[in-house]
Design a protein around this ligand. Structure first.
Ligand SMILES: *[C@@H]1O[C@H](CO)[C@@H](O)[C@H](O)[C@H]1NC(C)=O
Ligand SMILES: *[C@@H]1O[C@H](CO)[C@@H](O)[C@H](O)[C@H]1NC(C)=O
Length: 619
């Protein structure tokens, strides 16, 4: 199908924590090879594109690739490779994003899918313009502030928890602006995976067994993920034939098929018979919001990310501005830097919960404060190097939203266009319902709204700026960012894991861009998390699928304890993908004639987080 006008209303048109198992990554490559047409480099070595019947030992890797051409860092090897093959065919980063996102929805259905929504940041190398695409799920027109007052469970479970899905509309909107490859072509790898069957990865297998009750309770989920009466295990083949048909219809007919056509009607019918309130009008009225990215200048970098209703970029800005103001050369360094980071994080969480959808509530003061270095100066004065404080000290007014799930990927194409996308169905397997007529998993994004009657474990009241209104979007923690230095691309970063996203992304950013760690170390280095309430520092202590153990050092634990932090071991947290560009020996220095800008091309390094067993790919 051709490109359509941006003006037509609708035509503008997933944390997973637990994992453990034995697995041989080589099997992965075999499957990848038969499921895609072309390979660039894959992890750790160059594969012959035609060696469809085997794989080479050297393709096993530690999750890092380098390339002077183009790279993809997704949280699944197959999706990274699918994205790299689109780039190899001359695709724009946005073309690759369409294929990678659809792949993610198939192979990691607990985290994301076309029944969900998300955020995408795209920086165009030639113009240096960076756009933010907001395709977050939206409250249906029939939604209301008190809709869950009689049964709070329905905010989380079942079809009533569903917001209007945005993923297909968002991908399409970005593709209309930047895409070079045919829309339909970008769907083919995901369609093949879901129709021919794909191998259940250890990570998905763990999520399936961890959510077995949810899977077994719902006929749609059971049919796809427990076809033989128990949930699929690692290495078994999974099919979702109906989803394949839905993807084919959307490949052929564009988003119209979902938002104003037969697939949408079948989906809405399933949602309504499950007790949901979504209508075809909600689908037709869904709009992607496209704005300039939020720009944060701190620590010598320009960071570009999402405006609210994401609290991610603002939260990151506030914490980095606090750390940036320390007089010693590097306020974020060492165990003391970690303590300061945790303190900054606690203030940030207290503050960010005042945010909401800017189309419905006035959050201009909160927004400008969170971006303001002088506001950060005031907060820094309340942080002490020798101690931490009880939660009340950080002036928490409202309870946090416990968002979940999610998938993140980073892409840089051969022209150095850069893309950072985070997408989700909210909780693992969303609302726990799979539409049988379409194969589409229903998100439970309504869970990210605050509701007046909800008594939270931290005993704080819910945040009024985040109350439900028809057509409103709930607050999010997703933090897809692009990092620029001296007007050249320096990196792409983001993460998944709900409330853990902001701390994970900040730690990876600091590790590499400020503390100078190599990209893989920056990702693998043990992290800490804090939610403000309870007043506990969660430190990583867990073993990855590949057998590596990640644990905060005893020295750092002791240092934090001495300052009064209460520590708790955690086998989980955020998952992060990172791409960096090294410009010390650029291979090309392209001068744009119309604006005299130069685009430097240096070595790209892409890393996928071992916490989700991801692998990057390059060409
Ligand atoms: C921390 O240092 C400040 C001075 O900077 C001092 O007033 C305070 O008593 C110290 N607190 C602890 C717990 O040592
Ligand atoms: C780390 O986790 C393991 C379980 O995986 C547990 O046995 C151990 O006690 C933990 N270590 C610390 C220091 O909490």
């Amino acid at each position: 199908m051709g490109k359509q006008s941006l003006e037509t209303p609708f035509l503008n048109p997933a944390e997973d924590t637990k994992t453990r198992s034995k697995w041989r990554p080589t099997i992965w490559f075999f499957i990848s090879l038969i499921s895609i047409t072309f390979l660039c480099y894959t992890v750790g070595g160059k594969l012959s594109p035609l060696s469809l019947n085997g794989w080479k030992e050297e393709t096993q890797s530690d999750g890092i690739v380098e390339s002077l051409e183009a790279v993809v860092a997704a949280d699944d090897a197959r999706c990274s490779e699918i994205g790299a093959s689109v780039l190899k065919d001359g695709g724009h980063a946005v073309d690759a994003a369409v294929a990678v996102a659809l792949c993610g929805g198939v192979v990691n259905p607990m985290a994301s899918g076309i029944g969900g929504g998300g955020f995408m940041v795209v920086r165009s190398a030639d113009t240096s313009q960076t756009q933010a695409f907001d395709f977050r799920e939206t409250a249906p027109a029939a939604a209301s502030q008190n809709m869950y007052q009689n049964n709070l469970d329905e905010k989380y479970n079942g079809a009533l928890a569903m917001g209007v899905p945005g993923e297909i509309a968002g991908l399409y909107e970005a593709w209309l602006k930047y895409g070079r490859r045919p829309w339909k072509e970008l769907f083919q790898p995901a369609i093949r995976l879901v129709k021919d069957g794909f191998l259940v990865a250890p990570y998905l297998a763990n999520s399936l067994s961890g959510n077995a009750d949810t899977i077994m309770k719902d006929p749609g989920l059971r049919h796809v993920y427990a076809p033989n009466g128990k949930v699929l295990q690692a290495g078994e083949t999974c099919y979702n034939h109906q989803l394949g048909l839905s993807l084919e219809a959307i490949a052929e007919g564009g988003p119209e098929a979902l938002y104003n056509g037969a697939i949408g009607e079948k989906l809405i019918s399933d949602v309504q018979s499950g007790g949901g309130i979504l209508t075809m009008d909600d689908m037709r009225n869904y709009k992607v919001k496209v704005t300039d990215a939020v720009e944060v200048n701190t620590m010598g970098f320009t960071i570009l990310g999402m405006p609210p209703p994401s609290s991610g970029t603002l939260g990151l800005a506030m914490v980095l501005n606090i750390l940036n103001g320390y007089e010693d050369t590097n306020g974020a360094k060492g165990a003391l830097g970690l303590h300061r980071f945790i303190e900054a994080l606690k203030h940030m969480f207290s503050y960010r919960i005042n945010l909401g959808d800017p189309d419905f509530v006035d959050i201009s003061k909160t927004t400008s404060d969170m971006l303001s270095p002088s506001f950060a100066d005031k907060i820094r004065k309340r942080i002490f190097d020798n101690t931490t404080f009880p939660s009340e000290y950080y002036l928490p007014r409202w309870s946090q939203i416990q968002d979940h799930g999610t998938s993140h990927f980073c892409i840089v194409d051969a022209d150095r266009n850069a893309l950072s996308m985070t997408t989700t169905v909210n909780y693992p397997f969303g609302g726990g319902v799979l539409s049988q007529a379409t194969g589409i998993l229903l998100n439970n994004e309504m869970a990210d709204f605050s509701v007046p009657t909800e008594v939270s474990p931290d005993s704080l009241p819910p945040s009024p700026t985040n109350f439900i209104r028809p057509n409103k979007r709930p607050l999010s923690s997703m933090t897809p960012i692009i990092i620029v230095k001296d007007d050249q691309l320096a990196g792409v970063l983001g993460g998944s894991g709900g409330l853990y996203i902001i701390p994970a992304v900040i730690q990876v950013f600091l590790n590499h861009f400020v503390l100078g760690m190599e990209p893989l170390d920056a990702i693998q280095s043990p992290r800490v998390y804090h939610k403000l309430m309870p007043n506990v520092v969660y430190y990583e202590n867990w073993t990855m699928i590949d057998g590596d153990h990640i644990e905060l050092s005893n020295y750092r634990k002791k240092f934090l304890k001495e300052r009064g932090h209460q520590l708790e071991s955690k086998a989980g947290g955020g998952v992060s993908q990172l791409i960096i560009q090294t410009l010390n020996k650029p291979i090309e220095n392209r001068k744009m004639s119309y604006n005299h800008k130069q685009v430097l091309k240096g070595m790209l390094t892409a890393v996928s987080d071992p916490r989700k067993d991801g692998k990057p790919a390059a060409c």
